[in-house]
Ligand binder design. Structure first.
Ligand code: C2E
Ligand code: MG
Ligand code: MG
Length: 336
């Protein structure tokens, strides 16, 4: 894994790069923020790290957080260990796939959700449910999470340059609770994304309700800072957690993603229809947009349009796609 290291203080940078090199990382040191952009193009790093202070903090933070493991039990049939995962990060075995998000108003692709995959040399393609819990438990989610943000920013910048410079195109990246509650989160995200010169609103973040509930005060500060820095916020899997009206009023969330467990049963089960109707109404009342997840049939799409949902995501429009396939979809520019 290639890491670009940025710092103004030479004596600190020596220590950090030595440690990273000892861990098997390929390190490229750049002088300061002004050197960043050409260096990114030249070296195509997997991760950009800013100075020793923050690097150390993230290491310590990861090691100290274990509670999320209890919420997502690891599939015992596919247990990995942290050392194996750390090696996989170094070897660049992780990659993003992109699932289209469709505007129900225009019927065209408005953006993508970036979803992480592990190209395991023996086990093939491994989905995130099999390794995110371990990544959170071990602290590796910090490296993995920032890889996802940097890679999504790089990819969307490339697509904008060749295809969609004139049309807004966005990508949303999932943030783990472990990342979300860290006080330096927004600064690091901003500095990771900044070199790509993307317009505000291009990179969005998805968090779940439980991430907000862990520490509501810290969460609110993070949300406000994200907003101030031009990062819209999606509330993921809405309806499966606390779904509390009071936090929706208090937190500056821009978009609610209705969980697929409701959307998939629309037209079959009246209760699901009613729940989706209420969530859309609730969101619009609070001036939030709606993404309906798990849209699998044309009937569901019609119903969602009737109910006034803003965006849809699901197998009807496309599965999570390898970058080349997502690019082909953008070029084809289909309408639903
Ligand atoms: P999510 O953020 O709710 O992502 C949506 C999941 O629903 C994806 O599963 C997607 O493949 C699946 N999906 C999309 N459309 C449909 C549909 O029409 N029907 C059905 N049945 N499923 C659909 P995936 O890719 O396995 O991701 C699972 C979860 O892993 C994600 O849920 C997210 O919470 C987490 N995750 C993925 N990438 C990252 C990442 O980079 N960082 C973090 N922290 N978490 C990630
Ligand atoms: Mg998501
Ligand atoms: Mg979701």
């Amino acid at each position: 894994m290639k890491i670009l290291l940025l710092d103004d203080e030479p004596e600190r940078i020596d220590r950090v790069s030595e440690r990273l090199a000892g861990g098997g990382f390929e390190v490229v040191v750049v002088d300061g923020p002004q050197a960043l952009e050409p260096a990114i193009v030249e070296h195509r790093p997997s991760l950009v790290v800013f100075g020793e202070g923050r690097f150390r903090e993230y290491g310590a933070l990861g090691a100290g957080r274990t509670q999320s493991a209890t919420h997502h039990p690891v599939d015992t049939g596919k247990r990995f260990d942290a050392a194996e995962m750390a090696r996989a990060i170094e070897r660049g075995e992780f990659a993003l796939v992109y699932q289209p998000i469709v505007s129900l108003e225009t019927g065209g692709v408005s953006g993508f959700e970036a979803l992480i995959r592990w190209h395991h040399p023996d086990r093939g393609l491994v989905g995130p449910d099999n390794f995110i819990p371990l990544a959170e438990e071990s602290g590796l989610i910090i490296a993995l999470g920032f890889f996802a943000v940097a890679e999504a920013a790089r990819q969307i910048a490339a697509w904008r340059a060749i295809i969609h410079a004139e049309r807004p195109l966005s990508v949303s990246v999932n943030l783990s609770t472990v990342q979300f509650i860290h006080p330096d989160l927004v600064e690091v995200l901003r500095e990771t994304v900044l070199p790509y010169g993307l317009p505000p609103g291009t990179i969005r973040f998805e968090i779940t309700e439980s991430a907000l509930m862990q520490d509501m005060e810290q969460a609110n500060i993070a949300l406000l800072k994200l907003k101030a820095n031009g990062f819209p916020l999606y509330m993921d899997d809405f309806g499966t957690g606390y779904s509390s009206l009071s936090y929706l009023r208090h937190f500056p969330v821009d978009v609610l993603k209705i969980d697929k467990s409701f959307v998939r049963w629309m037209g079959v089960d009246e209760e699901s229809d009613e729940i989706v109707r209420i969530i859309i109404h609730l969101a619009h009342t609070l001036r939030m947009k709606i993404v309906a997840e798990g849209v699998e049939t044309p009937e569901t799409l019609n119903k969602l349009r009737e109910l006034g949902a803003d965006y849809g995501q699901g197998y009807l429009f496309g599965k999570p796609l390898a970058p080349a396939d997502a690019e082909a979809l953008l070029r084809a520019d289909p309408r639903w």
